[in-house]
Design a protein around this ligand. Sequence first.
Ligand SMILES: Cc1cc2nc3c(=O)[nH]c(=O)nc-3n(C[C@H](O)[C@H](O)[C@H](O)COP(=O)(O)OP(=O)(O)OC[C@H]3O[C@@H](n4cnc5c(N)ncnc54)[C@H](O)[C@@H]3O)c2cc1C
Length: 436
Amino acid sequence: MKVIIVGGSFAGIHCAIKVKELYPSFDVVLIEKKTKIGYIPSGLSMLLNGEIDSLEEAYFMTKKELEKTGINVLTDTEVLSYDFKGKTIDTTKGLMSFDKLVLATGSSQKSSKMEDDFDHIKTYKDKESAEQTLNALSNVDEVIVIGAGQAGMELASGLIYQGKKVHVIETMDYPLYKYFDKDFLKSFYTATGDIPNMTFHFSETVKEIDESRLVLSNGKTMNITDKMVLSANSVRPELSIFNHQLRANSDNTLYVDDYLETSVSDVYAIGDLIQVPSFLFHARVYAPLIVNAVQTSMTCAKNIVKKKETLRPMLKTVGIKLFNHYLASTGLMESEGFLYDAEVKSVIITLPISTVSKKEVSIKLVYDGKNYHLLGVQLISKEPILDKINTFALMIKERIDIRNLSQLPHFYNAVFANTSLGLPDVFGKGDDLGEI
Ligand SMILES: Cc1cc2nc3c(=O)[nH]c(=O)nc-3n(C[C@H](O)[C@H](O)[C@H](O)COP(=O)(O)OP(=O)(O)OC[C@H]3O[C@@H](n4cnc5c(N)ncnc54)[C@H](O)[C@@H]3O)c2cc1C
């Protein structure tokens, strides 16, 4: 049995490893158009923020490591066209046939809205574009970042750290709107307003751009001859190469069934190409995150011979470090409450991070107003609290009643733990949790 997997990033690599582990006798081939596999898309931000010293460190897996598992890895090989029914693909290294095909070609930062002017706007999701952007950065003092999502904000944070003057253009009226409620984030983005050299242009889009100027939707024109413009818009899959042979969803993602099979037998799609089922609403959502790329790849591998395990519903969970703040979010936001079946309530609490530290963590708990099940959590602190969000994600998946939080076992250590976190009188103070 020959399994070809196209795309050497999080989804493709994890799928290849799992298929080989489950079926050692299969001929598993991973195809990647770049010269190396396993580049981490936030490599440029990590470098600018001083977390790594060179883009060479921004790889989570090498070709050599993957080949050790018995997988045939073809780098520098681009798939040019697909004949899904005839079970062949045409590549820059010739025609190849398959028994099973997994599409893991992901998404790009390309903006369909600014297609014609894209040459003026730099991207950085892959190593080559990140390298070019990095080189060009040394010639400019001022950078315009389009998009104040996770990627855009991480980049802005890194650019400020590097002493650049930064403008961020965002359609919404506050940053990180996909993961944080505006009320909860207010103190953070108000604080970013005090950062010298940082300017936000909220509720604005790019109306026009050419070699010399960028025009905002409010008509304001910015001279860009001495600046760099970077796209950190939401990523989207590129489906045109599939030439309408596969069914697509209305949001231009690929349709797959619960077992990750596309509309054509023996052809599967995973990672940033597809939607995932939401744990909290009866719907599928586009959530281009690494955890989803890995989970879809695992489920796909298990179903590649026989359909036996459906894809489990997902929570969107993120953790971000920006301008010396740690921000994390999981599950439902209050602003998404209209998508949820029952009444959604919330409470915000602020606590010292531990018994000895004066530094605080602010927590927003979003819960079902009827049965008190925890639905979503947002955290902000100047202390590294990011990994705590994983515990909250587990609590949401376990449908924990927040009135029972204090009953859950947790360790105590003066430096690391705060005994008041989770106690009922903290959650009961001045809010409408009712009798606890
Ligand atoms: C700047 C940035 C920062 C991010 N930070 C985070 C983060 O902190 N946490 C998080 O969870 N998510 C983050 N994400 C999202 C995350 O990167 C994606 O969800 C993840 O990379 C998806 O993995 P994938 O394997 O599906 O696709 P991709 O990573 O897009 O990989 C697709 C691969 O397919 C290859 N390919 C495409 N077409 C062909 C072809 N025709 N032939 C051969 N090969 C092909 C590409 O070269 C690429 O290597 C970030 C995204 C960006 C853009």
